[in-house]
Every structure is written in C-alpha cells, then in structure tokens.
Design a protein around this ligand. Sequence first.
Ligand code: ATP
Ligand code: MG
Length: 403
Amino acid sequence: MKEIILVKYGEMALKGMNRSTFEDVLLRNIRFRLKKIGKFSYAKAQSTIYITPETESDEERDELLNAAMLRLKKIFGIAALCRALTCEKDFQNIAERAVPYLQDTLTAAKTFKVEAKRADKAFPMKSPQICAELGGILLQNYPHLKVDVNHPDVTVTVEIRDVNAYVHAAKEKGAGGLPVGTAGNAMLLLSGGIDSPVAAYMMAKRGLRISACHFASPPYTSDRARMKVEQLCEKLTPWCGSMAFYCIPFTEIQEELQRNCPEEFFTILMRRLMMEIACRIAEKENCGAVITGESLGQVASQTLPAIACTDAVATMPVLRPLIGMDKVEIINISRTIDTYETSIQPYEDCCTVFTPRHPKLRPVLAEIEEAQKEVDFAPMIERAIENAEMKVFAQHVSENQNL
Ligand code: ATP
Ligand code: MG
C-alpha cells in the first residue's frame, strides 16, 4: 500500500513571514530530522509538504512512516500532519483502495463525512460529486455508519493533486509555532533545573535557533551535574534541532565572590556575571537575544528589582518566556517535552552550592554596582570565556522512538 505523509503548515503561522523562507527552513528542518531514519523524497504544493518513504517493501514503509510521524510531531512550523494513501487520479481506483485503507478508522467510528479538495481542475468529477459518490460507497461497505456533515467522528478527505490523488482520515495536530531558524538565534542560560529547558522549548517554538551555556563550578559541582545538563541538551534537540552547548568554568568567579563580596549580594552578583558572560558568548554565536528560565517572584533572584539589576549588564534583549507562569504550568510542559525526569535528578548546581542564607530581595542597582567594583572581575571573565568548552548536540542517534 503506497502511503505517504502530508504535512500542513498553518496559513496563520505564515503571517508576516515570507512564504518561501518559511517553507525552505521548514523543509530543511524536516530533512535534517528524518535523514537518520531512512530515505524519503519531498515535494511541496499548496501549504502542504509531501513526504514519501523511498522503499518498495510495505513493512519497511510502515516502519519509516511511524518513525517519521513521531519526529515530525516535534518540528515547529507544522500545524497538522497525517498519513495518506496515494492513488491514481481515477475515481474507481480511489474508491476501491479507500475502502480497505480506511477499515480500522471507519469501523471504530459511528458517523463520518467526505471532503474533497480538487487542486487539479481537469479532474472529470467536481468536489461535491466526489464526496457524494465516495460517501455512498463507504456507506455500502460500512453499513453501521451514518453521515454527519456537522460533527462527524471521522472526516475522510480526498485530495486531487497534480500527479496523484490522496485519501486520508483525521489529521493529527502538529507542534505549531514557527520553523526553528526563521526568527534568528538566541543563547539560553541552561541550568540543570526544570525551568530553563522549558524556556528553550518555548522560544524554539517561536522560530529561534537555540544555543546554550551552562556555568559549572567544579569541584563544588560534580561531573554528574554537567552530564545531566548535557542530557537535557539531548532531550531538547527533537524540538530545537542541533544546539551548540558551552560549558563555562565558573569556580574562580564564585570563589572570588565568596571571599570579597557581602553574602547578601552573592546571588545577584553571580547572576550579573553569568549574564555578562552569556551575552559575550551570545555575540560570538550571532545571537540577537539571551533566554532565561526565570519566573517572577519564584526565588529571591527573580524579584523585579533583582531582574533589573541583572538586566543592567545585558547587552541584548533578555527573553524570559516563563515570567508569568506558575511552577505547576512549567512542570506540565517539562513533562510533555520529556525533560522533567532529567531535571529532577538531584545533582547540585552552582547556584545551590553558593546560596546565601539571606539573599537581598530588593537589591538597589547602585549598591550592587558598588559591591561589584570591589573585585576586578574582567580578567576572570576573559578566562572563563577562553576556557569554555563547546560541544554540538545534533539529533540523538538512538533517540527514543516512543517519546
Ligand atoms: P531552573 O529551574 O531553570 O534552574 P530556577 O528556578 O532554579 O531555574 P535560578 O536557579 O534562579 O532559578 O535560575 C534562574 C535562571 O538562571 C535559570 O532558569 C537559567 O536560565 C539561569 N541559570 C541558573 N543557573 C545557571 C547555570 N548554572 N548555568 C546557566 N544558567 C543558569
Ligand atoms: Mg536552578
């Protein structure tokens, strides 16, 4: 049975964006995501991408289609997708093959309707006629069914295109959003916690290509903590595509802070230094923004005055997609994107190791700047950037198929 996948992108998503850029980037992302599972050919027409598995074996085709559907559901820019049967452009052929193809779906349904899309106006039957005749044939073969044009359990769609005709039942929802790469690049501050991976997912959904940086303070933070963060990068690649990951040595700066700065200012000074370094690396990576997983009021460093103190050192916009969200909402997303279980592994992060007992809830920028002047951080910042280790996470070869 010749089956393919139809990928639809919403016209809504295209608003304000050049169609060919949108299509090209989406197609490139799809090819990249599917290349590890097998050979496919691609075509596009009328807000649809046609993905055909290149194999003669029915069994292999089925496997390819299953694996591709799982991956495609995580690619931003896709509004809906479905498997579809390829038919010759001949009504008899369409009807004969649609009956067995739709067996499982129609047996499980009580009501249905047929929709036809006739892109090829030379096709001898008009859409209403296709619907009526195919509807009749399906009713004969599945006599328990009733037609319901308003709220059918199943909508059977027949698309008459240039070369072939396609039959499919319900479309599945895609990940939505904009194709990664259409909105530019951004640098994520990635801790090992629950929030920052969710922030990455949310901004990748708006079309940003994500790079990530993580501040590690060995020996206070362990190798396991770093491995956990790398695992988070791996878990993000199905959504974000390939990611450059920088691990930045932060021990020297944190020890210096501890020795020379008032304890109540630790957290805020640490965040300012992280922000400064992140912006520097972001500039190197051609990023137009940095992203954090902060949510207003969640902890002491996420009050409005604290955020103002951190932003004062940023050299580009700081995106905080979780700013108005509750922890429960954030956790729900992290479960859906499968980062939760990794995030809750108990390895210490550099923030937790150096948490002051009484952090300042309303830091005043002038005071913070004064405190920061006590130490000349500039050479340490340079060393941290110089000694950062970079690693690229592309799609995970052994990516769990049933995620
Ligand atoms: P998360 O769950 O993302 O760790 P959090 O609620 O623990 O967030 P903080 O520890 O205050 O809050 O961190 C706030 C944000 O600062 C994080 O979401 C992340 O963007 C950034 N951040 C914190 N620690 C690090 C780190 N070690 N490396 C890189 N970024 C960090
Ligand atoms: Mg944290």
